[in-house]
Structure formats: structure tokens, C-alpha cells
Write a protein that binds this ligand. Sequence first.
Ligand code: PLP
Length: 400
Amino acid sequence: MTLEPPERFADLDHAATTRLRPEALEAMTPFLGRRYGNPSGTHLLARDAVRAVDDARERIAGHLGCGPGDVVFTSGGTESDNHAISGGMPPRPGVPLCSAVEHHAVLDPVLVLGGRVIDVDDRGSVDLGHLAALLDELGTEVSVVSVMAANNETGVVNDLDAVVEVVRSHEPDVPRTPVHTDAVQAAPWLDLRVAVAAADLVSVSAHKLGGPKGVGALVVRHGVPLRPLLLGGGQERERRSGTSNVAGIVGFAAALDATVEQREVTTERIRALRDRLAKGLLAAIPDAALTVLPSDDTDTDIDRSGELSLLPGICHVCIPGIDSESLLFLAETEGVYAAAASSCASGAQESSHVLAAIGVDPVLAAGALRLSLGWDSTDADVDLALEVLPAAVERVRSFG
Ligand code: PLP
């Protein structure tokens, strides 16, 4: 049986990964062919690679609003997050803190290092009072505070300035407590200069914004000391050893160039598609509900009032009386690909710690559905989803 995608399908799982942008493919191709040098060398092939990486670093830094020297290239979001939390080898002393709805790439290293979890409200925003209490309790022992820029399941955008303000007003005078933000899901949609200005450490991954898989960056600002996590050849100014992924880095820069250049138009277009998808689903499945509302107010609609508080690409709903695994299976047979919680390495859907943390009833969470759109999503994707999903819900319910 072939696993090639069929002629007609709708990818509603762009939060998992996105198709490579043509600009990235074009920029990468020479570096997968005759320009294959290792930037750690000295001859012409090596110098060509050095120039390509330097140029990519400068462009990425420009888009992120930091200096080129602040950008440490990594293998992606997971490595960036692990590095930021641990502080390198050996791990930074002290207790890391993170919000309860972080991606496992943050949550797991925090827990392994004996860290503490900050409570969140029913939208998944950090409970600033709890953060302040933990800072007061632990004092100089806090090694890093990590709060994601936007959540990968619900799409909720955090107010990082408010988080940083609490950290700065509750930390001891010396040393400054580093604030990390995982901006992996925010990067395709939001101006990252805002997150980079607020935080000391910022994680980004190329494949979520039309770049290749296996490359990303950790932005390290304000002289935050960071030992390497990977030891060896001393690349990335001794901060991350390993031969540079030259083609990947070049593709990352090209994808980010295109993302930033097209951001306004793409965001408007995708938000309108997402709104049509959400409204269509809620109309066709009357007892389905948005898992989080766009903003704190009482507005129950996805609309403009929430445009700053929810990523434009994500529609998260809970459908009572179904289990998402059966729904996803039926949807897939009709060419609609989506997710429930985040997927784990086995491909299975894990039950969501995010939904548990924001207080969604486990019975309702069993029918969770994350539909996520990306830079190349179309009206046809939404049409197919609206044709397939309500009928699939009916069928799942008819199984009893
Ligand atoms: N952080 C968030 C919020 C994510 O959504 C993901 C990927 O799903 C990661 C980190 C991990 O990034 P990567 O796939 O580049 O390792």
C-alpha cells in the first residue's frame, strides 16, 4: 500500500509541520549539490559555506530583532528548548520553572531537573500570582523561567511582557533570572521581535514556517551565560558543536524571509479561513464548542476581538460523545488529516496535559480536535474539512 498523499486531501495539521516553501527549496538546492562545503574548513568550498551561513544568520537576526552573534543554530525546537532549560553541560544550577502548558521539549527537561510548574488559567495563560509566589519562595535558586509565546495545541498567545515584569520585580538583585520563551508556534504568525525584546532566550524551529526539518535556533540575549549542550568542534562560537547544517540554515533563512514578507497577507487570509472553518463546524455540529475563546471577554465567536490572543492558524474544538482517535481515523479515510493533542514519536495521540491544565473535563477532552492551517492552506482545504468532519462525527456517534 502506498503512503503517498492522494490527489485530493486537506492537511489540517500544519502545527505539526508545514510543506517546504518554494523559496526555501530554491535557496537550499545548491547547498545539497555542488556547494557542499563544511564551514569549519579554510579552502574555497568551506569559505563559500561560511559566507552562506553568515548571510543566513544576519537575515534571521534582522527578522528577530537581535544581533547575529545572538543566534545559535540548533537541530530545531526540541534542542533549543532543552538547551535553554538546562543551560548546557553541566546543567545550570538551580530550579527551572515553566508553565503547565509547555510543549514536552520544555516540560520534560524542567521536570527531569527537579523544576516546578506554574499554574495557568482556563485559557492557558500563566497565573502571574503563582509565578510571583514561586519566585518569592525560591529566590536565587530559580535558574530559568520558561513561558511559551503561543501554545501548540490551543493557539493561545501569552503576554510575555507581563511575565517578564513579574520576574523582574520578584527576582533577587543578583543574578538576573533568565526568561526563556518557546516561540516555535508563534514564529509563523507573529512578529518575533516582540518576544525577542521581552525574553533572554528564544527557541525557533524552521519546519513550522515553511523551512526544512532538523534546523532551528536558540536566541541568546543580554549576555545570558550558556554552556554548550553538545561538546566537540566548538562551532557556533563554542555554544553548539557539530558540523553546521548549511543547506538547512540557508533554507531556514529563506523561509523566514518569505514568512515575514508575506506575513500580513497570509495572516489575514488564514484567519478568515480559520474563522470559516470554526463557524462551519460549530453550525454543523451544534454541541461542539471552541476549547478556548479568542479573548477573555464573553464573546463566544471566533472573531476580530480575539485576533491578538489566538494564533490565526489554529482552531481547537471539543466534540462531546466521540473519541478523537475514531474521528481522526474516519477523517483520514476521506483525505482530512488533523490531530487531537500533540502527536508523540510513536504516532499515537497522547492525552493532552494542556487540556488537563486548563481544566477541560477529561470526558470532553476525549473528543478534542486540533485543526491547524498554514501558509499554503486553501479554501478547498476548508471545504473538504466541512464536508468530511460533520459526517464523520455522525458516524462515530452512530457506532455508540
Ligand atoms: N515547541 C513547540 C511549541 C512545538 O510545537 C514543537 C513541535 O511540535 C517543538 C517545540 C519541537 O520542535 P522541533 O520539531 O523543531 O523539535
